[in-house]
Design a protein around this ligand. Structure first.
Ligand code: ZN
Length: 138
């Protein structure tokens, strides 16, 4: 069994941002040499999320609008007393910061409209990390 790790780093430019990382994830799957197994995409941060969905430009803005509506960044959350980003923690907690996708015949088994995206919830940040782990048989 092979266990392959790759770490991506990126910077974000605004408070909310959706970044498509599908190419990078698929590249990691190729590099891993794994034929059949799993690909875990994990952001080790409490204020970002990882989703697998459509990267249509309008929808990418809709994700952010919905997140704002659900987590109300201007609400008087308790956490905002010490760190003005409660909405980002809450959105990350609801959406999740890890996705796991099957790898079959050397390819990520994602749907046509399932791009892998990182959602920045408390930017801008100079460095966000994404851990990609590919596990399986070669
Ligand atoms: Zn915080």
């Amino acid at each position: 069994m092979k266990v392959y790790f790759k770490e991506l780093t990126l910077s974000t430019n605004s408070r909310f941002e959706v970044i498509d990382i599908t190419k990078e994830v698929e590249e990691a799957v190729r590099e891993s040499g794994v034929k059949n197994g799993l690909c875990v995409i994990h952001a080790p941060h409490a204020t970002v999320a990882i989703i697998a969905n459509e990267a249509e430009p309008g929808l990418m803005k809709d994700y952010i609008d919905l997140i704002k509506e659900l987590t109300r960044p201007d609400y008087e959350w308790r956490h905002n007393i010490i760190d003005n980003n409660a909405h980002a923690h809450l959105a990350s907690a609801i959406i999740g910061s890890t996705r796991c996708i099957p790898v079959r015949n050397g390819r990520l088994e994602r749907g046509t409209w399932q791009n892998i995206m990182l959602i920045e919830l408390d930017g801008p940040r100079t460095m966000r990390r994404i851990i990609i782990e590919v596990i399986g048989e070669e």
